[in-house]
Design a protein around this ligand. Sequence first.
Ligand code: ZN
Length: 440
Amino acid sequence: MSTNEIKILLNRLFPIHRCLAGSANRETLKIIGEYIPLSILEIPSGSKVYDWEVPNEWVINDAWIKNSKGIKIVDINRSNLHVVGHSIPVHQHLSFTDISKHLHYLPDMPDAIPWRTSYYQPQWGFCLSYNDFSKLFNHNETFEVMIDSEHKSGSMSIGEVLIPGKTTQEILLSTYICHPSMANDNVSGMVLLTFLAKFLLDKICYHSYRILFLPETIGAIAYCAMHEETIKKINTGLIISTVGGPGPFGYKQSWQSNHSINRIIEDVLHQNHEEFLTYPFDIHGSDERQFSSQAFRVNVSSITKDKYYEYKAYHTSQDNLDFVKPEYIAESFDIYKKVINMLDMDLTFRNTNPWCEVMLGKRGLYPNIGGAQVHRAVNSNTAYNSRDAMLWLLHFCDGSRSLFHISLDTGFPIRLLFDAAIELENQGVLQLCATSDNVS
Ligand code: ZN
C-alpha cells in the first residue's frame, strides 16, 4: 500500500455527506467494497435495538440562507458542515433575533465551521464561521432560510468482513462511517481499516478478524443486539479512529488497563521509539463504550494520531485534507500492523499430554546427549532457548492462559513462545483452542 493509494481513497471518501443512515453511507460502503469484500447489513428504520431505535434515513437535497438582497450567504454547496446534521425541513423568513437561535459558530476559532447534529430531536440549524456570522448577518435584516430535507423510512447500513483464521479466536476491528467531510474524524479511520483489512486478507492469520464499518453508537448497538453471542466471545479489539493527524501517537486503554491489548500496544510503540500519550479508559469516546458494556466486557483499545477531543480542529471544517496527510495515515497503519502481528501470536493452546512430562526426545525436540545443556532460570540473563520455551509451554498451556500471559510469567519473548508452540502443535503435543477466555 502506497501513500498515493491512501490519498486516492481519502479524496474519494472525504466529500461524501454521511449521517447515521442513508444513501451517502451506502455510497461510502460501495467505495470501500471496491477494495475489500464487504457484506452489507441493512437494518430497517424503526428496529428496536436494546434501549434504542434505528433512525430513519436522512436525505438532504439543499440548504441555504439568503439575505434581504436575495444573496446566498450560507450555502451547503460550499460545505457539508453548514447544515446541522439530520435537520428537519424549513422554509421561512426570519428576523436576526429569530435566525440567531439556529446558528452555530465558534468565536474562539473564527475561521472554522463547527459540525453539529441533532439525531434524536427534530430541530434545524446552520453552522458557519464566526467571521462569516459577524460580516454577513446584519441585525436589521430579514433572512430567508431553506432546508430541503426528508426523514424517510429505509435502513441503516453496516459493512462487515469476517476473515477466518486458523482458529475461531476472534479479534474485532471497527470504525465509524457517520461523519461528513472531516478528514481525521473519521475518514482517516475508514481508510486505515480498509487497508488493514486488505493486509489481513493477504496474510495467513491465526485469529479470525471481524471487521466492521458502522455508524457510531447506534450502529454498534444494533450490531451487538444482532450478534450477541458472537460479541461475547471476542478476545479483544481495536476501534480505529482519528489516525491521520500531524500530532503524536496516543492510545486509549481498554476498560481493564492491565489487559494484554494495552501491554502489546505499549510494547509496539516503545519498540518504534515513538513518544506517545496514554489515555486511560473513559466512559466517553467511541464504540468501545458498547463493546465494553456489562453484557459484553470486551477489552477494546484505540491507537490514535491526534485523538478525537484533543486536537483543535476536532469536529470543525479545519479537520480537512490540509490537516490530515496520507503519510500520517501510513505511519499509523504501520503501528496497527505491528500490533496486529503481535495480537495474532497471542494464542491459547492446550497440552494434549497433561499427564507428567512429555517425551520431547522421541519427537526430535530434545538433545540426544543429556547432561550438557545449560538450563535457563526464569528471569535470568542466560539466553532464551526454544527447548526451555517448549517446556514452559507444556507446563502452562491448559487452555486458560494465552501466550502473552505465559510470556509475562516466564520472561520469554512472545515470538519465541509462538514459534515453539507452533512446532509443538505440528507434533500434536499442543492443540490450538477454539476460543480463549478473556482473562486479563
Ligand atoms: Zn466525531
